[in-house]
Design a protein around this ligand. Structure first.
Ligand SMILES: Nc1ncnc2c1ncn2[C@@H]1O[C@H](COP(=O)(O)OP(=O)(O)O)[C@@H](O)[C@H]1O
Ligand SMILES: [Mg+2]
Length: 265
C-alpha cells in the first residue's frame, strides 16, 4: 500500500513541470496579479484566457522571468520549474529562458538570415560543436516548426522578408532550437490570417508531444481547439482552472460563465 502510494506520487511529480504559488505582481501601485497558484503539466497545452488587462501576459512573463526586464515590476511568490526555484539568485535568467522559451504576439525575427535566427540560441548557449552540428540543429528546428520545406532553399535570406505566418513559425523554430522544456506563447496568432493561424495551431498540437506549452489567447475557440487545460483570469485573479472541456461546458464560477458566454470581456 505504502509502495503503491509512493509510485502514484512519483508519477504525479513527473507530470508537473511548473508550480506557481502565491504569486503577486505589482507595477508600481498597480496590483496586476493577486495571489495566483497554478500547476503547469508536462506535455500539455495550457491556455490562459480572460478579458484584456486581466493579467494574462503579466503572469505568463513570470514563468521565465521576462518581467525582470520591466523596471517597475515586482514579482513575489514561488515559481518552481522541475522543483527548482526559478527566482533563486543563482539562476541565470538567460539560461532559464533557453529552457522556458517564448513566442510573442507580433512575429519578431532578428534582422538576420533565416539560418542565423535559428542558430542564435544554440550559438550563445554553445549547443553545437561544429558547423555540421549547427546545420543539423537549424534543420531540425525548422522542421519542428513546420517551415523547413518553405525556406530550405533560402536559408541565407533575411527572416524579416518572410510572410507574417512564416515569420511566426520562424520564431517558433528559434525558440525550439535551444531544446526548451516549456514554450510560452503570448497571443501567437493574433497578427496572423486564418490559414497561418490554422498552421500554427496544428504545430502547437505537435509541439505538445515534446514540450509543455502555455498559450495566452483572446480567442475562446482557439483555447478550446488547442488546449487540454484552461485558466480563466479576471482582474488579476485566477478565477477558475481546469480541464478545457469542463471550463467551456460546465464552468463552476459565474464570472467564467459570463466570460465564455460573451457577457464580460
Ligand atoms: N509594463 C507595464 N507597466 C505598467 N503596467 C503594466 C505593464 N504591463 C501591464 N501592466 C498593467 O498590468 C495589468 C495587466 O496587464 P496584462 O498582463 O498586459 O493583461 P492582459 O495580457 O491580460 O491583457 C493591466 O492593468 C496593465 O495596465
Ligand atoms: Mg496580454
Amino acid at each position: 500500500m505504502n509502495d503503491m502510494r509512493r509510485v502514484e506520487r512519483a508519477v504525479e511529480t513527473n507530470d508537473l513541470k511548473i508550480t506557481a504559488r502565491n504569486v503577486q505582481v505589482h507595477y508600481g501601485d498597480t496590483h496586476a496579479i493577486k495571489d495566483v497558484d497554478v500547476d503547469i503539466l508536462d506535455k500539455t497545452v495550457t491556455a490562459f484566457i480572460g478579458p484584456s488587462g486581466c493579467g494574462k501576459s503579466t503572469f505568463l512573463r513570470t514563468l521565465n522571468r521576462m518581467n525582470d526586464t520591466i523596471d517597475i515590476c515586482r514579482v513575489q511568490g514561488q515559481i518552481h520549474l522541475d522543483g527548482e526555484d526559478i527566482y533563486d539568485p543563482k539562476v541565470d535568467p538567460v539560461q532559464l529562458r533557453a529552457k522556458v522559451g517564448m513566442v510573442f504576439q507580433k512575429p519578431n525575427p532578428f534582422p538576420k538570415s533565416i539560418y542565423d535566427n535559428v542558430a542564435y540560441g544554440p550559438r550563445i548557449h554553445g549547443l553545437a560543436r561544429n558547423k555540421a552540428d549547427l546545420d543539423e540543429i537549424v534543420e531540425k528546428s525548422l522542421r519542428r516548426a513546420a517551415i523547413w520545406d518553405e525556406v530550405k532553399d533560402r536559408l541565407d535570406a533575411p527572416g524579416t522578408g518572410l510572410s507574417g505566418g512564416q515569420q511566426q513559425r520562424l520564431c517558433i523554430a528559434r525558440a525550439v532550437a535551444t531544446e526548451p522544456e516549456v514554450l510560452l506563447m503570448d497571443e501567437p496568432c493574433s497578427a496572423l490570417d486564418p490559414i497561418a493561424t490554422a498552421q500554427v495551431e496544428e504545430l502547437i498540437d505537435e509541439l505538445r508531444s515534446r514540450f509543455s506549452v502555455v498559450i495566452v489567447t483572446h480567442s475562446m475557440q482557439q483555447a478550446a481547439r488547442v488546449s487540454q487545460r484552461t485558466a480563466f483570469f479576471h482582474l488579476g485573479n485566477l478565477v477558475e482552472f481546469g480541464d478545457t472541456s469542463q471550463i467551456f461546458t460546465n464552468p463552476k464560477d459565474p464570472r467564467t460563465e459570463s466570460y465564455i458566454t460573451g457577457r464580460i470581456g
